[in-house]
Design a binder for this molecule. Structure first.
Ligand code: A2P
Length: 350
């Protein structure tokens, strides 16, 4: 059944979190056709009120019966909650768009960046009103931001090898981590001992290797997500993981991630061709002014939908036109999470 701009009943799981709040902003700004809106969080938040489009909604505790008559459920309450409740929501007839990593690499679950592989939703047979199918996974924020910049170049010249280093904001670790960064910043300036409840390290005026699980091969989970998710989204390289490598670092920035990306291509691509491809890519903006040394910053990207690309330059370690370096910034909460999920939901409306 194809829904053509019919109002849909939407549930938000994790409505009180950093991404949950942004789901509401993005749904509002993009005028998503919402019938009934159900806001779900933990028992701690039950009874809190949130205003959406001038109407006050009461947050309800997430339970197994929360998904009756829901068409689309946007999940952002952590992997454990998704694992338990996404199948229940699907069983109740909802399409789940899941922001956690719980289902990203599962067979048959599409992993979607709408500008890169929108066809994956249809290929999986997922439609509103088709009960029992399915879950759509929202990729990791760093993967989304990277692919927004790299995919337009990949289409022109074919990426053979990619080396990425990230500079990731506090928002990726949730609202509590953002509060801790702010608190620690005050504490350092006031020469007080710093509170370390979310991260085991001082975060303010510091940086550290990403806090996700460290694997025996020396990669942390965030780095492996960037590698494996990109392979799945591009559906290529025949599982050859040597083509992408990543180093993920947390920096004391509030909510936009930055990434330094080195690319090796199958075919030649000049700086001019790269700029032309990025210039016409939807969702990408270029800030690349060498004369004034002006390039993207996390603050440029904060609160914005676009991913910003700059430092676009030929890799001088190569003597041909098959290497490029880029610097990319994208709002982790928006394109890295809520906006991408709502754009996926829009694929279901059309
Ligand atoms: P709550 O505010 O009631 O704890 P963030 O990623 O910014 O930390 O947000 C996490 C979101 O997930 C919040 O909305 C949080 O709700 C929600 N959440 C956490 N634990 C549960 C749970 N057991 N059941 C439902 N929602 C949960």
């Amino acid at each position: 059944m194809t829904m053509s701009c019919e109002a849909l009943n939407v549930a938000i799981v994790g409505a009180t979190g950093a991404v949950g709040e942004e789901f509401l902003n993005v749904l509002d700004e993009r005028n998503f056709p919402i019938g009934k809106l159900t806001l779900l969080a933990s028992a701690r938040s039950a009874g809190k009120t949130i205003t959406f489009k001038g109407t006050t909604h009461t947050v309800e505790e997430l339970t197994e019966t929360s998904f009756k008559n829901i068409d689309i459920a946007l999940f952002s309450a952590g992997g454990g909650i998704s694992k338990k409740f996404a199948p229940i929501a699907v069983e109740s007839g909802a399409v789940v768009i899941d922001n956690s990593s719980a289902f990203r690499m599962a067979d048959g679950i599409p992993l979607v960046v709408p500008e890169v592989n929108p066809e994956a939703v249809k290929e999986a047979g997922i439609e509103v009103g088709n009960p029992g199918v399915g879950i759509i996974a929202n990729p990791n924020c760093s993967t989304i931001i990277m692919l927004m910049a790299v995919n337009p170049l990949h289409k022109v010249a074919g990426v053979k090898r990619m080396v990425v280093s990230t500079y990731q904001a506090a928002s990726g670790a949730g609202a509590a981590a953002m509060r801790e960064l702010e608190l620690q910043t005050r504490e350092v300036l006031e020469e007080k001992p710093v509170t370390t409840e979310i991260f085991p390290f001082q975060y303010a005026f510091n940086l550290f290797s990403h806090n996700s699980d460290m694997k025996p091969n020396g990669y942390n989970q965030e780095e492996l997500k960037m590698v494996h998710e990109t392979h799945k989204i591009w559906n290529q390289f025949n599982g050859d993981q040597s083509a992408i490598t990543a180093t993920c670092i947390r920096v004391p920035v509030m909510r936009a991630h930055a990434e330094s990306i080195n690319l090796e291509f199958e075919n030649p691509i000049t700086e001019e061709q790269a700029i032309a491809a990025l210039d016409k890519a939807p969702g990408v903006s270029i800030i690349n002014d060498r004369d004034s040394n002006t390039f993207p910053t996390p603050l440029d990207a904060t609160g914005k939908d676009d991913v910003y690309v700059g430092r676009i330059r030929r890799d001088i370690s190569r003597d041909d036109n098959r290497g490029l370096d880029l610097f990319v910034c994208g709002d982790q909460v928006r394109k890295g999470a809520a906006l991408n999920a709502v754009q996926i939901a829009e694929l279901l409306v059309r």
